[in-house]
Design a protein around this ligand. Structure first.
Ligand code: XUL
Ligand code: CO
Length: 442
């Protein structure tokens, strides 16, 4: 393949320079080549760049158009611009040392006037992506379909009241699955774009939920028929764009999947900002998914707790990330998932270099959290505290409760004749918070 000109000529590949680094364009904590327990940090963390934010985000908001103008966006026609943009994207993936990327079908190739034309455009860009993946070694963490931007999807895709739109969405996901497989994508994500509703005055909730389940079954069946073995992921979000999104949070997602016999085929892609919009902590959502054996991947970002919408910011809150990492490592990691930076630059951050600062911060914060969480788990102090807190269930009548051998009559008799009143024990929350602080700040 011919060598394309550099799109980020002022930035060299980002190097690890350690915590004492003084240059801003350097890693302080993320050392992709450092081997920990037989695997490099790059292999442990599986960082991924979100094509839609990094290469389609222009800084627009409801009050004004984009502010970000990239030099590679000038060109003769949409297809050649899309190819040059992809060259720039892969140069960025390499320079930022990210082993993976993620995309929606319409991020990488322009929508055509017909589905056939859109598919043709997509094929052209997928061929280009195949060449670039081969040349750089960067891989596809997951693919997905954009079923929410085009006006046809204004009332949802799988949950649209019009079966014609359902059929169009099915055709679009069929193609997205084909290209995800073609590019070796390790997962396929369903974020419920506009799968929800604004008002029950025009909505048949039960029918819409059943349609969504049917759609997911059809996707599973089709994937099987083409031999796509990647992991399917549901990405819950409680609101925005619709008022009531059907995949509200992980708990309602689990209930939905189990109700419709889909639980064997799906895990969860948990996004920090979606967790907090649902009124949960990031760690809570991870724990709920892990408890069900359904932790799949992470959309790494953060919201702004003072704002009630999806701000998709880079997350440098090491405390929050360390707690999340503890839960992830305790669950055995993310398997085929990874940490995908579903995060965008602020509107005034208009320079190409800002993309580097943003991702360096996100990667360093996760890398530091990873190291801290490993240390915390290796020391075992929190684990031991929790084990001791529940120790009464390890033996005697506690064991019988857990193993289903104790009934209400027996327990009543036990309390009346032997146990009497329980002795309260402190939960020691403040002690534990101080212990966490000692790991974070010494
Ligand atoms: C929207 C969101 C999406 C998904 C992919 O809030 O997070 O970008 O991650 O469709
Ligand atoms: Co996301």
């Amino acid at each position: 393949m011919k060598k394309s000109r550099a799109h980020f000529p002022t930035v060299a590949p980002i190097a690890y320079e350690g915590p004492g680094a003084t240059r801003p364009l350097a890693f302080r904590h993320y050392n992709p080549d450092e081997v920990i327990d037989g695997r490099t940090m790059a292999e442990h963390l599986r960082f991924s760049i979100a094509y839609w934010h990094a290469f389609r985000g222009v800084g627009s908001d409801p009050f004004g158009p984009g502010t970000i103008v990239r030099p590679w966006e000038q060109g003769r026609d949409a297809l050649s611009v899309a190819k040059t943009r992809m060259d720039a994207a892969f140069e960025f993936f390499q320079k930022i040392r990210a082993p993976f990327y993620c995309f929606h079908d319409r991020d990488i190739a322009p929508e055509g006037r017909t589905l056939a034309e859109s598919n043709k455009n997509l094929d052209a860009l997928v061929a280009h992506a195949q060449d670039l993946q081969q040349a750089t070694g960067v891989k596809l963490l997951w693919g997905t379909a954009n079923l929410f931007s085009h006006p046809r999807y204004m009332c949802g895709a799988a949950t649209n009241p019009d079966a014609h739109v359902f059929a169009y969405a099915a055709a679009q996901v069929k193609k997205a699955l084909d290209v995800t497989k073609q590019l070796g994508g390790e997962n396929y994500v369903f974020w419920g774009g506009r799968e929800g509703y604004e008002t029950l005055l025009n909505t048949d909730l039960k029918r819409e939920q059943e349609h969504l389940a049917t759609f997911l079954h059809l996707a599973v069946d089709y994937a099987k028929s083409i031999g796509f073995t990647g992991q399917f992921l549901i990405e819950p979000k409680p609101k925005e764009p619709t008022k009531h999104q059907y995949d509200f949070d992980v708990a309602s997602g689990i209930a939905f999947l189990r109700t419709h016999g889909l639980e064997k085929h799906f895990k969860f892609n948990i996004e920090t900002n979606h967790a907090t919009l649902a009124g949960h902590s990031f760690q809570h959502e991870i724990e709920v998914a892990a408890a069900a054996g359904m932790l799949g991947s992470i959309d790494a970002n953060s919201g702004d707790l003072l704002l009630g919408w999806d701000t998709d910011q880079f997350n440098t809150d090491v405390r929050e990330l360390t707690l999340a990492m503890i839960s992830i490592l305790r669950a055995g990691g993310l398997g085929s998932g990874g940490f995908n930076f579903d995060a965008k630059l602020r509107r005034p951050s208009i320079d190409p270099e800002d993309l580097f600062h943003a991702h360096i911060g996100g990667m360093d914060a996760y890398a530091l959290a990873f190291k801290l969480a490993r240390r915390i788990l290796a020391d075992g102090k929190f684990t031991q505290f929790v084990q001791e807190r529940y120790a009464s269930y390890d033996t005697g009548f506690g064991r019988e409760i857990e193993t289903g051998r104790a009934g209400f009559r027996q327990l009543e008799k036990l309390v009346l004749t032997r146990l009497g009143e329980p002795t309260p024990r402190s939960g020691r929350q403040e002690y534990l918070e101080n212990l966490l602080l000692s790991y974070l700040h010494g």
